[in-house]
Design a protein around this ligand. Structure first.
Ligand code: SF4
Length: 289
């Protein structure tokens, strides 16, 4: 048996919990406002090339229109979430020296941020997979993947040379295994028949699921834009990568939904009556109904 220690560090103590996978903009050099580009659209009021600072960015890395992003046409900025990659790169990998202070690091810093964000998102899902599986092998595999990702995310050369697709594929396989386990337990407890159209990647834009019990459905990658999910029960529903833009979540129960992220919630419409999964917070835009 060959040694796997280089690729699978033993999972003695995966350090990151979900609290460390949240943005800390005060300790970031506005990497999301510089590294990524965006196109003028319903989400952004202007075009911006990748690698250039947004024209609304101040020299202290704050946004000059932070309090009026929605009316100024920058909804995309209110939805985005870096899963804590910004502070990891700014301070963990570049020792608190910004791309403004040290322009020679700009390309590496932005490339590291893009890779780190993907790794942190994987960590977000893996924490949940490990917590929800009852299968010891799946739990160990999740811990090993977390340790591998944390190791890579903390080392610049490894981060910049990472084969992210290969890692992504291993993570995806595990997430799907755990999803199957969780959804099966929900289906076993339920009595509703789920229609065949409730499937991964399904086009469910504008569909009416009001007050429906959707427990155990696999809606991974589904298009739920503007779907009416008010009062629905989404326990054990796999929502990995589902598009929830403008989905109506008022009164929906997502407390046991699987693989939900903050950007998904930020893009949806809910209220204080929406039951959220652990570790997620109510988007500010929901406060006024
Ligand atoms: S509008 Fe503000 S938050 Fe959005 S990219 Fe520009 S500086 Fe950043």
């Amino acid at each position: 048996m060959h040694s796997t220690s280089a690729r699978f560090p033993e999972p003695a103590s995966p350090a990151r919990t979900r609290s460390s996978l949240r943005p800390d903009c005060a300790n970031c050099f506005a990497l999301c406002c510089t590294a990524f580009g965006f196109t003028r659209s319903a989400d952004f009021a202007l075009d911006k090339p990748a690698g250039a600072p947004c024209r609304n960015l101040a020299s202290d890395f704050t946004c000059t229109i932070h309090d009026s992003l929605l009316p100024r046409g920058f909804r995309g900025c209110t939805v985005f979430d870096c899963f804590g990659a910004g502070q990891n790169v700014s301070h963990g990998l570049f020792s608190g020296k910004s791309w403004l202070e040290n322009p020679g690091t700009k390309d590496d810093m932005f490339a590291a941020f893009k890779a780190s964000r993907q790794l942190h998102e994987m960590l977000w899902y893996l924490v949940e997979a490990q917590a929800r599986t009852f299968d010891p092998d799946a739990s160990l595999q999740a811990a090993r993947l977390r340790a591998t990702i944390e190791h890579t995310a903390g080392r610049l050369p490894e981060l910049l040379s990472l084969d992210i697709q290969e890692l992504h594929s291993r993570v995806r396989t595990l997430l799907m295994e755990v999803s199957e386990e969780v959804r099966a337990s929900c289906c076993a407890a339920g009595d509703d028949h789920l229609e065949p159209e409730l499937a991964p990647g399904a086009d469910l834009m504008g569909s009416n699921f009001r007050s429906r019990r959707l427990c155990g459905a696999d809606l991974r990658g589904a298009w739920l834009i503007a779907a009416d999910l008010r009062g629905s029960d989404l326990s054990g529903v796999d929502l990995l990568g589902a598009d929830l833009r403008d989905a109506r979540l008022d009164g929906a129960d997502l407390s046991q939904a699987l693989y939900v992220t903050q950007p998904q919630l930020n893009s949806a419409k809910g209220s204080a009556a929406t039951l959220l999964p652990p570790d997620l917070t109510m988007p500010p835009s929901w406060r006024n109904g």
